[in-house]
Design a protein around this ligand. Structure first.
Ligand code: WTA
Length: 646
């Protein structure tokens, strides 16, 4: 957002008919600020507790929070059984659409049976409460069933995105010390089966401790089964009983670990727990999407391997008894109208996706959505990166028919649920602004010293009060938890790592990461992780990686590499080899958009690489201040390397 765009910001008040029937009205902000903890306690009452809590929040040892202390519940019971008990067993929980066009419908009653069977299967494998179970799956119903089965027996799931490499999977399995892996032969992507099981086999050569691998048959690709370790899901799960009595767990019982990139090469295992997490995902899903359980068809078009999938494909929607859509594949398969076809087919009323997808649709052209009946839509959502006003307006017009409010939701893996977002029946929207903190959430923009900045300023985003769905720690590393999030401004202020501006109305505009984390198509990738991968290649001596702005993916990965002395620069061949190496090492999403082979990197006198300058080069901008460089001619040499078309 530039100053000039903000000057001409258009405003979109809530549609009156939507506002009149909205789940929440403007008074909710006042209600929450009157007594924040009482407000969250009321939200927790959306859930069914086996034992009520004694205390809403224990913040006596910051930054280690305990929410709903003493309360007991079962997360899976709350997501499934209680709806069946209330007579909604025949309601569709998921309309699942496979990429090849095969479909499955799962009602709440069927989901309950499947989850119970899978829970019994895990018990048979010896999984106990607190054990970690890795899930490496395509987007199929069994993925959700596996997650809920873990939750049901108190095992901690650790879903690894199916696009990640064997190495990435192995390091996560090792870090979480998982003993069971649930996977599939493969899934469908871009019109072809894409194998998963071989990656698991490879990963398991690099980590110890996994004793069982459960394999769902999806693509019917040939897979190797290791005797005594691997078992087919249909052999193990199908013969189990549908009866399983859920055990009640402490509100702070761990629910899942989700790895995310930080500023170092080692991903962080973000730990979420039960009662507070479910409370906030349920509340936010209900309030932000104005969810009407009886009539809405909700679609989070994201992968369940990311936090967005955890909170808004699985836990939030199920806690609220929503009917959701799950789609296995990519938007262009078999044609570029696939998503719109799905919206039309299921009558999707709420669509939640990422700006990078919207920009891709923009590139493909508005005549594609125009061919489909999208009139069922009533609310649109955006997540993952700042949405530029141009993409916002396109989304509003060509998908939302100028009828649907767009909720631009700012949050993180660490926050677990929405934090800064409009409310569709309340907020006057400004394209590009995520609006205000959710009721019950306290956010501020501060300067480098942590002083709160007045409206009209730009600074760093912080959260000043704990919230129910906050991460509880980094798995196995409390010190890193404190250092990363709670040390810059003291132990009670959460440093989000994002820059933000607060405007004269008090609305927040998110400006992207202020650390060395890139955001590529809404996925967080650490510059250090890609650098480590590059220097692990025998040809590379040193590497510096930056995120350069990209019209489609938000940021693109640009790497600058110095080759080892004995390596000849074979030009394009080598570059392709290196790109491929990173894709294989970390995953295709980390494949650099561009790699430039250079003689030297710009460094400060203390030896720190000046990424700021590399970003200037990568974005084809005039160079910023070079006075702290040891040798300013380095930059001329690097700039000369750029293709002239840049
Ligand atoms: C960015 C995804 C601007 C931000 C849920 C954050 C956003 C990081 C928005 C978290 C938004 C997410 N506007 N930026 N609406 N949503 N971000 O952990 O930089 O994958 O810190 O969680 O994405 O990414 P994560």
């Amino acid at each position: 957002m530039s100053e000039s765009t903000e000057g001409q910001v258009r405003r979109f008040p809530p549609p009156p008919d939507l506002a009149a029937q909205a789940n929440v009205g403007p008074e909710i902000y006042e209600e929450a600020s009157r007594d924040r903890l009482a407000f969250w306690a009321r939200q927790a009452e959306r859930l069914t507790w086996a034992q009520p809590w004694d205390e809403v929040l224990d913040w006596s040892n910051p930054p280690f929070a305990k929410w709903f202390v003493g309360g007991r519940l079962n997360v899976a019971y709350n997501c499934v059984d209680r709806h069946v008990e209330a007579g909604h067993g025949a309601q569709v929980a998921y309309h699942w659409e496979g990429e090849p066009g095969d479909t499955r419908t799962l009602t709440y009653g069927q989901l309950k049976d499947e989850v119970c069977k899978a829970a019994n299967a895990l018990l048979e494998l010896g999984v106990q409460a607190g054990d970690r179970v890795a899930i490496y799956m395509p987007m199929i119903p069994e993925t959700v069933v596996a997650m809920l089965a873990c939750a049901r027996i108190g095992a901690v799931h650790m879903v690894v995105f199916g696009g990640f490499s064997p190495d990435a999977l192995a390091s996560r399995i090792t870090d979480a010390d998982a003993q069971v892996v649930i996977t599939a032969d493969g899934g469908y992507r871009r019109g072809a089966p894409s194998a998963l099981k071989p990656n698991v086999d490879e990963a398991l050569t690099r980590t110890e401790g996994v004793r069982s691998v459960v394999v769902v048959r999806r693509t019917e690709q040939d897979v190797e089964m290791t005797e005594g370790r691997d078992v087919w899901w249909h052999d193990l799960v199908d013969r189990q009983s549908t009866a399983h009595t859920p055990e009640m767990f402490d509100a702070e019982h761990p629910l899942y670990i989700m790895y995310t990139s930080g500023t170092t090469a080692k991903p962080k295992g973000i730990l979420h727990t039960s009662g507070g997490y479910l409370t906030q995902v349920a509340f936010s899903h209900w309030a932000v999407f104005d969810l009407k359980a009886d009539t809405d068809v909700f679609w989070t078009a994201a992968d369940v391997g990311w936090v967005t999938g955890h909170s808004y494909i699985v836990y939030g929607p199920l806690a609220n008894r929503a009917t959701s859509v799950i789609y296995e594949g990519t938007p262009e398969t078999p044609h570029r109208g696939r998503w719109f076809e799905i919206i039309e087919k299921y009558g999707v009323t709420i669509l939640y996706t990422a700006p990078t997808v919207i920009r891709t649709f923009m590139k493909w052209g508005e005549d594609i959505p125009a061919k489909f009946d999208l009139s069922s839509l009533r609310i649109l959502g955006s997540v993952g990166e700042p949405i530029n006003p141009e993409a916002w307006l396109w989304y509003y017009k060509h998908i939302g028919g100028e009828r649907c409010p767009i909720v631009d939701t700012w949050w993180q893996t660490e926050t677990g649920a929405h934090m800064i977002t409009p409310l569709p029946g309340v907020t006057t929207l400004k394209p590009g602004s995520a609006s205000r903190p959710l009721p019950g959430i306290s956010a501020k923009v501060v300067d480098d010293e942590g002083n709160e900045l007045p409206p009209g300023s730009t600074g760093l985003l912080v959260l000043t009060e704990p919230w129910p769905s906050m991460l509880r720690t980094i798995w196995g590393d409390d010190d890193r938890y404190v250092d990363t999030y709670w040390s810059r401004f003291g132990k009670t202020t959460y440093f989000a790592g994002d820059g933000a501006k607060i405007d004269e109305d008090g609305d927040f505009w998110l400006l992207g990461r202020v650390d060395d984390v890139m955001n590529v198509s809404g996925h967080r990738i650490s510059t250090t992780e890609v650098e480590s991968s590059l220097v692990a290649h025998p040809a590379v001596a040193e590497a510096a990686v930056v995120g350069a702005s990209d019209p489609t993916t938000g940021q693109g990965i640009v790497a600058f590499c110095i080759l080892r002395g004995n390596v000849e620069d074979s030009g394009e061949d080598l570059v392709q080899q290196l790109r491929q190496h990173v894709a294989k090492d970390i995953g295709p999403i980390a494949r650099p958009r561009q790699i430039l082979v250079v003689q030297e990197l710009p460094k400060t006198r203390s030896g720190k690489i000046m990424r700021r300058l590399l970003r200037d080069v990568a974005e084809n901008r005039e160079l910023g201040d070079v006075t702290t460089l040891t040798d300013s001619s380095v930059m001329e040499l690097i700039s000369a390397k750029l293709p002239s078309s840049q």
